[in-house]
Write a protein that binds this ligand. Sequence first.
Ligand code: ATP
Ligand code: MG
Length: 431
Amino acid sequence: MNDLLPRVSAPAGAESWLHVERWRHLEQTFFSHASRYGFSEVRPPLCEYTDLFSRGVGDTTDIVEKEMYTFEDRGGRHLSLRPEGTASAVRAALEHNALAREPVVRWAYAGPMFRAERPAKGRYRQFHQVGAELYGDASPAADAEMIALAAGFLSALGVNAFRVRVNSLGTRASRKVYRDALIAHFTPQLDALSPESQSRLQRNPLRILDSKDPRDIAAKAGAPSLTDSLSAEDQAHFAAVCAMLDALGVPYTVDPSLVRGLDYYTRTVFEIVDVSGALGAQDALGGGGRYDDLFADLGAAQPVPAVGFAMGIERLLLAAPEASVPRATRVAVVAAARADEQAVLGAALALARDLRGAGVETHVDTRFGSMKSQMRRANDLKVDYVFVLGGNEVAAGTVSLKTMADDVAPEAKQVTLTRAEAIARVLPASR
Ligand code: ATP
Ligand code: MG
């Protein structure tokens, strides 16, 4: 199989996380949950100038150094398939001057992202994210609301075995102090570091803390803590985020070693990991944080405070219980024509049209085989009701309504009703 191809449209019967219904349910749950916080959907393009990501995500990150699908178009422009959504959303906000219309912008998105990584369970080259971004609010309350939004979305999906880890990276100024302290710590043991970390020491020493290489892990012992480099303002901001998470009842753990792999973060960062074991090694469901410098880095005249997160759809589906997709009522119309066949078949199609018009998923086996074969097909489709139409019913304006559920009394299994009564019977109660 081509690793790059999206695997979203696999047929029923394939692994359950591939089912399109589950994807759609997840996206609908996300947007409906986010809209309660005032977020509206944006659809940034799949492809951007490469420069956007090298400036935005950062030249020394894994994503830009080795994971992007980059190419030259016919005009010699350097383009990349987007590896993440934040930089694109900021570019769009700048180009469309979104903050001139609204003091605080709340955007949500869902869609494919591309990273040239070694595929594994929960790690694909085309994968999909849902994400949310909030621009124009520097307050710790905005950070706490984003984390609460992400956690609430997981609960709405039925994913409850997760842990939220939070940390503060401070502003760029305090991180500079920390950077120097880290370089001082690692330089005496430069030869003991992994080759990758050796090359990163001067450029991006924080990334060494993120490394899973045993040599780097050993060298990390006794490294200075980022927390000690935070300014008083950074510390106050972080304390307020934690206090608001407490007020919101969102459980979290403070993890001073959480740095995240993208350069644009400032102050609050967070990650949500699955603790059910369903994901194996790829246990990060999502992450995000504050990125108060990104607008300016991408050319904004004024700094714009911002905070956001993204979550991996494939991993969410691996973690979500299968039963979390609600199933709508499904019916079949069966034509039992012994005489005047065309009139009965036409009436069956018209009945199906009216059921669909009322919002009901309705199946008609338009091959119109024997009644027995139509019933077998209805059974295979696991319908809740069968509307049986014969010549007598058509003449009388009635249908014979058969309830397929097992827990129905025998006398209620099949009843004759007027056409309108029968349709009303299968509509969801809320209508
Ligand atoms: P990881 O630790 O898995 O490499 P990351 O830090 O690279 O994740 P982010 O850039 O923070 O990931 O993206 C947010 C989320 O998107 C991740 O937590 C994960 O759920 C999902 N994700 C990232 N890369 C992939 C991928 N290649 N395949 C599937 N999902 C991914
Ligand atoms: Mg990664």
